[in-house]
Design a protein around this ligand. Sequence first.
Ligand SMILES: Nc1ncnc2c1ncn2[C@@H]1O[C@H](COP(=O)(O)OP(=O)(O)OP(=O)(O)O)[C@@H](O)[C@H]1O
Ligand SMILES: [Mg+2]
Length: 440
Amino acid sequence: MTRATGLSLTASGTIPQELLDLPWHLPLVKWPADVLAALPRGISRHIVRFAYLGGSVIAIKETSERAARHEYRMLRQLGRLGAPCVKPVAEVTGRADEQGEPLSPALVTRHLRFSLPYRAVFNQMMRKATLQRLIDAQALLMVELHLLGFYWGDVSLSNTLFRRDAGNFKAYLVDAETGELHPKLSAGQREYDLEIAQINIAGELMDLMEGGFVDEDVDAVATSGQFIDSYRGLWHELTGDTAFNPDQQWLMEERIRRLNELGFDVEEYDIRSASDEGHLLLRPKVVDPGHHQRRLMALTGLDVQENQARRLLGAIDAYRAAIDPHGDEAVAAHKWTQQVFQPTISKIPRELRNKLEPAEIMHQLLDYRWQRSESEGRDVPLEEALPHFIEDELRGYRDEAILMVNPPTDVMRQMELEANSATAEDDDAGHDEDASAWYS
Ligand SMILES: Nc1ncnc2c1ncn2[C@@H]1O[C@H](COP(=O)(O)OP(=O)(O)OP(=O)(O)O)[C@@H](O)[C@H]1O
Ligand SMILES: [Mg+2]
């Protein structure tokens, strides 16, 4: 849509009035504090700011017209393909200040709630095992994107956002500026992307190590090599051949189960005869991530991440075994949602709801209850564990619902201090019955 000033916004669907009302006639660096969602913190090539839009938060990046248009289109296409990436809101061009001087075009995306820039992950957790999980999440993201035919062109930790996912991380693409979508990637394109990833990740890790944010025994170059191994292992598992004889159907079932375990559904596969006598080769043709996610969604309506879903499905199984082992799974899942999940989540004091997402809270509470049961040598009920979990664990977390651009080292130190000195606040706030309100 075009305004008299020449301002032009491209978006899908209707453009909210609040978006038009933002001070587009000012360069981003001069936007007043009352429209910004937080103080800018960051080291990024472009100017990026976060602003309120109705009840949610958007990220605005000033860039060139060509880049804004390209990235907006890429993110839309990736979104349609179901890729884990930030959602585009609009591409803004034709900006000018009050004197009519042109201003940079901008790309607007929806802020991904509870996402952490990699530097923010490191300011609290710098152990080698955590790093490995972060690297594995990045490798999985790259495999998912490559399977869709997306060549990234600038793979790096800073172009990725991480969300906690039941002890692991889920990675999302945030910067698609250099990306290209193809019907299928060649081995050469994938290798080229891997090369870029290896260099960028090693550089980013060295930077973190210089700042003292990673265990001393971590080797940046070896870790970026592990990223490549993790990528290749997954790629092979998802796209490689399994050889079997016609009377070895179980090998086929085992392969599919392994893929399910990794979180993928096999939508289609090819079976063809191998060159050696009698052997068949199975190769997955279309694999779809989100195996546990979809199952949990069908059973409970809860929309959570893959590992969280796996964890909650485990909790539902245990609940069913306790209340009615031969009963229907769907009934048990429904009861668990109504009688365990929702009541637990509704007891989280309102001022602590920006700390972690509900499914992540449930995962951590289950872990906490398990540890307490083990140390006390008895089954500690969830209701008994909950208040202790809130005081001992949850309150110590920083608010992770909206964390800003990759913070530089001095800001990370400050955040660490703030998190450590988080004081107990008053928790008399009311309770919401519906946990889904948290996600908006
Ligand atoms: N929709 C979003 N949700 C959450 N964070 C975002 C979003 N968009 C951008 N960011 C944050 O802003 C940072 C910079 O964005 P982006 O990578 O698109 O810009 P850039 O100028 O290319 O930065 P860099 O040079 O660091 O790659 C990201 O690393 C991320 O932390
Ligand atoms: Mg970037």
